[in-house]
Design a protein. Structure first.
Length: 302
């Protein structure tokens, strides 16, 4: 079976940005790219009665435009396209089963506003069996890299270093899949990995059971030791990845959003809970997807 990265395509600018991000990721992985457009279109009228293009015709044109754009930017990348007449959520969840990575556009309001999750994206992220990356509109190759000297684009100097990959970690719920994904993302980019553990409410709760001015410092030191011990085996497996670790008293969502302003990718785990209505994302992941300033990878726990 051919290894591939899949991107969901629709008529939005966010979708096109996701397709191009997925193309670059496919190249980093040595994989093919699969572009998929899904929809439940009404049955077309008889050819003699059809005067205007129908919904399926527009869908075909949308997919063709995305394919042409990606192939023009990456002529050596194998690109497969698929138009599927079914529910987008159902189709994308099925695609996630066989893909190394699923990439979706987020309905954003611009660079400052970050993400505004659509119902399809939110449902897919919450239920996907594999990692999903959300990409905002206008995300470009240059955003993944550090600024080049004299304003030269990273596209002109491919060796321009990538911005850091940021991993949001919780020592109370360590996840091998999450850590492995973050180290792999940093390795493929030749980027540094910055691991952030924000205690937030955990520090508040601990304060209720401790006394003395040094209890916060003691807890932070304990968490630093615990995180270092958890990450040590992974650092030994990936000696080429430069890693830094930060334990902070801040709130997880706020800290990760702040870190995203200078990152090429933020990696978080997916914590979900089932309700009678739908599957919901955890509060930190949900907040990050709304406000992050760079692509966000959501990795499901085992």
């Amino acid at each position: 079976m051919v290894r591939h990265v899949t991107a969901g395509v629709d008529e939005t600018d966010e979708s096109l940005a996701a397709a191009h991000w997925a193309a670059r990721e496919a190249l980093r992985r040595g994989a093919a790219l699969r572009l998929v457009h899904a929809g439940e279109w009404p049955v077309s009228p008889a050819p003699s009665a059809a005067e205007e293009p129908g919904p399926r015709d527009w869908a075909e044109q949308t997919l063709e435009r995305a394919v042409r754009s990606v192939r023009a930017a990456h002529p050596g990348l194998p690109v497969e396209d698929q138009l599927v007449p079914d529910s987008p959520v159902t189709v994308l969840l099925g695609e996630a089963e066989g893909a190394e990575l699923l990439v979706l556009g987020s309905r954003g309001l611009g660079r400052a506003a970050g993400f505004v999750m659509g119902s399809v994206s939110q449902r897919v992220v919450a239920r996907s069996p594999g990692p999903v990356v959300l990409v905002r509109a206008l995300e470009a190759c240059t955003d993944e890299h550090l600024p080049a000297l004299d304003g030269v684009s990273p596209e002109e100097i491919p060796e321009t270093p990538y911005r850091d990959v940021v991993l949001g970690m919780d020592t109370r719920q360590p996840c091998d899949e999450l850590i492995a994904f973050a180290f792999d993302a940093a390795r493929r980019r030749g980027a540094s990995l910055r691991v952030v553990h924000a205690l937030g409410a955990a520090l508040d709760n601990a304060a209720e059971g401790r006394s003395g001015a040094g209890h916060d410092t003691e807890l932070l030191a304990d968490e630093e030791d615990l995180m270092a011990a958890m990450l040590r085996p992974w650092a030994e497996k990936c000696p080429g990845v430069t890693m830094s670790e930060t334990v902070t008293a801040g709130r997880p969502a706020a800290e990760l959003v702040r870190e995203s302003a200078h990152a090429s990718l933020v990696v978080v785990g997916r914590r979900t809970r089932d309700t009678p209505v739908c599957t919901q994302l955890g509060s930190v992941t949900h907040a990050l997807l709304h406000h992050a300033r760079c692509p966000v990878a959501v990795v499901p726990h085992s």
